[in-house]
Design a protein around this ligand. Sequence first.
Ligand SMILES: Cc1cc2nc3c(=O)[nH]c(=O)nc-3n(C[C@H](O)[C@H](O)[C@H](O)COP(=O)(O)OP(=O)(O)OC[C@H]3O[C@@H](n4cnc5c(N)ncnc54)[C@H](O)[C@@H]3O)c2cc1C
Length: 344
Amino acid sequence: MSSLPTCSLQYDVSLQALNTFGVAARAAMLARVSDIGDLQALLSQKHFANLPRLILGGGSNILFTRDFDGLVLLPEFRGMAITHEDGDRVHVRAGAGESWDALVRWSLAQGLCGLENLALIPGHVGAAPIQNIGAYGVEFAEVCASVEIHDIALGTTRLLSREQCGFAYRQSIFKTPEAANWIVTAVDIALTRQARLRLDYAGLREQLHAQDITTPTATEVADAVTQLRLRKLPNPALIGNAGSFFKNPIVTNTVAKQLQLQHPALPAWPMPDGQKKLSAAWLIESCGFKGLRDGDAGVSSQHALVLVNHGAASGAQLWALAQRIQAGVQQQFGVQLLPEPMVI
Ligand SMILES: Cc1cc2nc3c(=O)[nH]c(=O)nc-3n(C[C@H](O)[C@H](O)[C@H](O)COP(=O)(O)OP(=O)(O)OC[C@H]3O[C@@H](n4cnc5c(N)ncnc54)[C@H](O)[C@@H]3O)c2cc1C
């Protein structure tokens, strides 16, 4: 291993501090990667090349239900810089290992707009394209110009255009088998100097109004989003969680209509393809799961979509609770809830 100066390799590593659920799990091996050459050198050794691999960012969208008997790669590619301007679009390149919220704040400090609604989403830049992070009416896809990937199997690095990323609601090409050997190394995002603020998402205008702000700047929008998030979501530093545990289910318009006839209060939002996105939180709360606790595994009493670790819950206990919720919602509404985090 002496030929691997920066790919620091550790054996039998605790992952508890590396996942925001704070569940106990161990990795057989873990390598921090800040140089592609070092990664290739590591993986050129047969022993490492054949191990199961897992890429881990900030661990805020992952549930370990068991130990990982393989090699965990922690991308630590750094850097945030304006690379070029193209008309009114200012391109920023950010390394996969940077904190997402640090990128949001850095871009605002450069006078750049576009990321304000995505403030305070936990995790690293490299994970943003994976599930096409979204909040307060904006998704990563809208600012993404391209994503740089390294293909571990081929040993090549290339750029994927936004179109090639196949972004959809909490979905992208990076979640498909095609991307099994890819590691995101950097993203190129296109921002603007002129603010085009998106304030229509529920609660945002009210928050700005409460702060006596009528014509907000992009930074003030980011601050308002931050305040809202701190109020509405349990803080993983205080209680383990991975944000929303379930995706909002997407159903046909016909199914949505039938459900709304029986349950007029069920929120449903139109999707670009004519289908409807239902509120998973409403479905879960209606089944009586909000605030439920089974040992140290629980459903947040603040937000029905968030599973929480009250202390010493194992990943398997949290997953059992998630499955109980899925079964309850399926039975009561005939709707399938899918988990948002990666479940190991
Ligand atoms: C309190 C809280 C609030 C949240 N709110 C939101 C929200 O509003 N909107 C939202 O979309 N999400 C939200 N999340 C989920 C999470 O923050 C995001 O999905 C985030 O992008 C995950 O980043 P991460 O670095 O922690 O990824 P991880 O959890 O480490 O990894 C997530 C997935 O991405 C893969 N991955 C990570 N980095 C790379 C890489 N460089 N290359 C290839 N694959 C990679 C992993 O293998 C895994 O499959 C929230 C989570 C928490 C805890």
